[in-house]
Ligand binder design. Structure first.
Ligand SMILES: Nc1ncnc2c1ncn2[C@@H]1O[C@H](COP(=O)(O)OP(=O)(O)OP(=O)(O)O)[C@@H](O)[C@H]1O
Ligand SMILES: [Mg+2]
Length: 710
């Protein structure tokens, strides 16, 4: 047991070994909050205070949940010395949505859901809303489907059903009516959207006293990471699990609250302190993640926010490298700079997976992806278009849904004529009429009908028959073939990628069966709806990590590139219209900076193509808010086209302290002799471009290249 605690500092150890009382750990980025939370779970189990069965832990992403399980398993001694029942799998670890789903799957009957209820992601939800509005002849100019979606989700996240919705005028009253109709449609079709998972499971526990009692007795310890980002309903949800003897342990950082726009409420921290922690607040101030300059930048930046609980971070590490700032001509120039730097770092031994490329908005990733792809650098995008949101995957999932839940009209409409089987819009309208008249689903109407729609229903029945008794992966493989999807993409000249993704879906199912206890098709479909894209093709390969700043929360990397640091991009233009919007953007920047352990790049471009328009940006105010002494402004590379080696251009050699100059002859151990044709950077960052006699033209880092005058 001592080894568990050995590596912790005294404050961390105190937090981990806190006796039987609730507490709030309030501490800055990289101070070990997640590590403390994880170690506490292992410690509680190892000292026999609780069995894994008695632990409920909430993480922010599925990835974090998986990591936590792995870490805890590694911390615990080999299973021989464990008491029976100490399998870490007995714990409930997951995101709010994941845990809510688990609860509803277990108690579907009490929750008033069909056993095989399906989860709608945000795009599914929007199409369900559009379908509803069409059926009710709603004027979508006046009531935009997106607005209704926002209204529904906002109310659900605040714990309000349609009858309690915020409705104060004709317009919002109409929205509330539509909210009610939408919920009825979902109920009829046996589907639940994301916020519904939480609200439904909240209502379940709230109303069902014996069930609530059961869970309150079961969970002796509840631990919550990233507490600052819980919203009102999530907090109330958690409280339902807490009985009089439950110990709550919340860790968070008010400076990293970045989900206010989705209803997250830092006031929950103060409330938690009052209701549970009773002043039992532990602060951690030593940062173990980042070198000094990075931390100085983060501290200085965040000190400019007025609304803070106030705390500072220090590190025992040295200053480390300066923060590199680069101004690009254009977004493409920015992308190629990033690619060059990443490749150079990789040659120096930093793996690509230890480098992150961050951006404020998803739309920025396209240019970066293109540059990486062209340069042959493997990369992985997190939280962008998730694997399970790709068109071909959604088609496959729709077939699978129909096999277990034919009443799902959304799934029916998605694939009834995909691949094309000559079922036109007129036929479908007639089918919808029949269904509406008899109050049945489209599926039922199709089964009793004739012709092509009946043929479709039979196809699904046949697939179902043929896959009885097969494994999950075999079932999915068969469905992809028998539905005609595979052939469709085989015939499509651009279909190779999609076909590969479909294969990847079968792989994902295999993995899922190995990892989870419940390996039914229903469980897999629920998993697919909740999964945050960790199964992108090529998993396991060393790949550069691309993601929005929001998605980077809680993670850390050797090197971080924060791109697009321009006004109205970051801070985002929307923030100007929102109360405290700028402070939230600054917290977001704080999160971004504090992801870096060793090296940080901040880049911005003079011009950028976004949403089909060229925009000329001015540098983000956040750059000016950083202390100049920790920054290193990299020289912009000159455009090389107008120079040649035979006639070195009479240019002012940039101030450099390297002892080399443009035009000088040099020798390199591997590449032979050549001539320096360009410079960039200063000091430890200096690079030279050398045109070698036999080895072509190369950029070399002077610190590593070991050139000698020739
Ligand atoms: N006492 C310690 N000794 C050595 N390394 C530590 C110690 N405490 C934490 N670390 C390391 O510091 C890094 C940051 O820890 P962790 O991710 O737990 O911080 P955090 O407070 O959760 O950060 P964030 O706010 O970004 O989520 C991790 O790599 C962790 O392993
Ligand atoms: Mg953390």
């Amino acid at each position: 047991m001592s080894t568990l605690l050995d590596t912790l500092n005294p404050e961390q150890r105190a937090a981990v070994t806190l006796p039987h009382e609730s507490a709030l750990i309030l501490a800055g980025a990289g101070s070990g909050k997640t590590r403390v939370l994880t170690t506490r779970i292992a410690w509680l189990i190892q000292t026999g205070q609780v069995s894994p069965h008695g632990i409920l832990a909430v993480t922010f992403t599925n990835k974090a949940a998986k990591e936590m399980l792995t870490r805890i398993s590694a911390m615990l001694p080999p299973s021989t010395s464990l008491r029976a029942g100490a399998n870490p799998r007995g714990m409930w670890v997951g995101t709010f949505h994941g845990l809510a789903n688990r609860l509803l799957r277990t108690h579907w009957r009490e929750a008033g859901l069909p056993q095989s209820f399906q989860i709608l992601d945000s795009a599914d939800q929007l199409s369900a809303i559009k379908r509803l509005m069409k059926a009710l002849n709603v004027d979508t100019e006046k009531y935009e489907p997106k607005k209704l979606q926002w209204f529904i989700n906002g109310n659900k996240e605040a714990g309000r059903r349609a009858r309690d919705a915020d409705a104060y005028d004709d317009y919002s009253m109409r929205l509330a009516e539509l909210y009610e109709a939408y919920d009825a449609q979902c109920q009829r079709e046996g589907v639940a959207d994301f916020p519904e998972l939480l609200l439904r499971s909240y209502e379940l526990l709230y109303r069902n006293e014996p069930l609530r009692q059961h869970y309150q007795d079961r969970f002796k310890h509840i631990l919550i990471d990233e507490f600052q980002d819980t919203n009102t309903l999530q907090y109330r949800w958690l409280k339902l699990f807490a009985g009089p003897h439950t110990v709550l342990f919340a860790v968070g950082d008010d400076d990293q609250s970045i989900y206010a726009f989705r209803g997250a409420n830092t006031a929950n921290m103060a409330e938690f302190e009052r209701e549970f922690a009773h002043g039992n607040v532990i602060k951690l101030e030593q940062n173990y993640r980042s070198h000094g300059n990075i931390l100085t930048a983060a501290n200085t930046l965040i000190s400019q926010n007025a609304h803070r609980l106030g705390k500072n971070l220090w590190t025992a590490e040295g200053e480390g490298e300066p923060i590199r700032v680069f101004e690009a001509y254009s977004d493409q120039d920015e992308a190629s700079f990033v690619v060059d730097e990443a490749k150079a770092l990789n040659r120096e031994g930093v793996s690509f997976s230890d480098m992150a490329l961050l951006y404020r908005s998803n739309a920025q990733s396209r240019v970066l992806e293109h540059a990486l792809f062209s340069a042959g650098v493997a990369y992985r995008v997190y939280g962008g278009l998730r694997f399970f949101e790709r068109q071909e995957i959604k088609h496959a999932l729709a077939y699978l849904r129909l096999m277990t839940h034919p009443e799902d009209d959304g799934a029916f409409l998605r694939v009834v004529n995909f691949p094309a089987r000559g079922i036109g819009a007129r036929t479908l309208e007639q089918l919808a009429d029949t269904a509406a008249r008899s109050g049945s689903s489209l599926w039922q109407a199709a089964c009793t009908g004739s012709g092509k729609v009946a043929g479709f229903a039979k196809l699904i029945e046949d697939i179902k028959q043929a896959t009885t008794g097969l494994t999950l992966a075999e079932t999915i493989d068969h469905a992809i073939e028998a539905s005609g999807l595979a052939d469709y993409y085989r015939a499509d000249k651009d279909g190779a990628d999609r076909l590969e993704n479909l294969n990847e879906l079968v792989n994902a199912a295999t993995l899922f069966s190995e990892e989870s206890e419940d390996n039914t098709l229903d469980a897999f479909l629920a998993h697919a709806a909740l999964e945050a894209g960790e199964h992108q093709a090529g998993a396991g390969q060393d790949a550069l990590q691309l993601m929005t700043v929001h998605a980077a929360k809680g993670l850390e990397f050797h090197t971080v590139f924060i791109t697009g640091l321009e006004e109205s991009l970051f801070p985002h233009e929307q923030s100007a219209h929102e109360e405290n919007g700028l402070e939230e953007e600054r917290r977001l920047m704080y999160v971004a900076i504090t992801r870096a352990r060793r090296r940080l790049y901040l880049t911005h471009a003079q011009s950028r193509m976004l949403h089909g328009q060229v925009r000329y940006g001015i540098p983000s105010r956040f750059l000016a808010e950083l202390p100049e002494q920790v920054l290193l402004h990299l020289n912009r590379r000159a455009e090389p086209s107008y120079r040649s080696v035979s006639e070195p251009a009479p240019r002012a050699t940039p101030a450099n302290d390297t002892g080399y100059r443009v035009g000088q002859s040099v020798a390199h151990a591997k590449f032979g002799t050549g001539i320096i044709i360009d410079f960039e950077g200063r000091g430890a960052d200096a690079r030279v471009q050398v045109k070698f006699r036999d080895a072509g033209t190369k950029w070399l880092a002077l610190a590593y290249a070991k050139l000698s005058p020739a």
